[in-house]
Design a protein around this ligand. Structure first.
Ligand SMILES: Cc1cc2nc3c(=O)[nH]c(=O)nc-3n(C[C@H](O)[C@H](O)[C@H](O)COP(=O)(O)O)c2cc1C
Length: 198
């Protein structure tokens, strides 16, 4: 039975176009794989603390004591165990909302999501075969050096040992010259296609 982890970083909740696109993808995915278990982690509902000094101190103390089974590391263990991962996050300030960065810092734990071999080289410890970022952008940035969200997530996939990184996007949604309904509808169709092979 496949276990898909859905990380929801769509700050505008049900008004979010990114979330609508993600729901369309997940519905299509679930239709093709009725026995897959989809677990959602809503980052706005959960409100993880940023790694302020006291949070980092607690994390270091637990880690140094070998207590990787403590609740502080639950998000990392859940991420490491997932067979497939979908992240939905709007394009904010050329990357993604801070709540997602806080989550990524929380799950980047040595000996859970990544580690080091005898030679000191980094090795990924995550089980997932692929990670999909679903995003929508106000302007057109795909493939430019100003788009900083996908390079960061692609690099983190390499660190976590997740071989395949994919991105499903809809762009130009806040450009008054564009037909945003048509752009979103086209992205929804791409979501259906992508779900077939995911
Ligand atoms: C705080 C904030 C920052 C944003 N930064 C950018 C940006 O840097 N570039 C861009 O093209 N659009 C930017 N946008 C527009 C969003 O990417 C766009 O409206 C997107 O579709 C919002 O997704 P949502 O409907 O899922 O919230 C920003 C929107 C917000 C609220």
């Amino acid at each position: 039975m496949e276990n898909l982890l859905f990380i929801n970083a769509c700050v505008r909740g049900e008004r979010s176009r990114t979330l609508k696109l993600a729901r369309r993808f997940l519905d299509a995915y679930q239709a093709r794989r009725p026995d897959a278990v989809v677990t959602e982690r809503d980052l706005c509902a959960q409100r993880l603390q940023p790694q302020y000094p006291e949070v980092l101190d607690e994390r270091d103390a637990l880690w140094n004591a070998g207590k990787l089974d403590q609740p502080m590391f639950d998000p990392a263990r859940q991420f490491a165990r997932a067979d497939k991962i979908v992240i939905a996050a709007p394009f904010w300030d050329l990357s993604f909302p801070a709540i997602l960065k806080i989550y990524l810092e929380r799950i980047s734990v040595t000996d859970i999501t990544f580690g080091y071999d005898q030679q000191g080289a980094m090795v990924g410890l995550c089980r997932a075969s692929k990670l999909l970022l679903i995003t929508t952008r106000g302007g057109n940035y795909a493939g430019t050096e100003l788009e900083m969200g996908t390079p960061q997530l692609r690099a983190l996939c390499a660190m976590y040992g997740i071989p395949e990184f994919l991105c499903l996007d809809a762009e130009g949604l806040d450009d008054v010259r564009n037909d945003k309904e048509a752009l979103l509808a086209a992205a929804m169709e791409r979501a259906d296609k992508l779900a077939e092979a995911f």
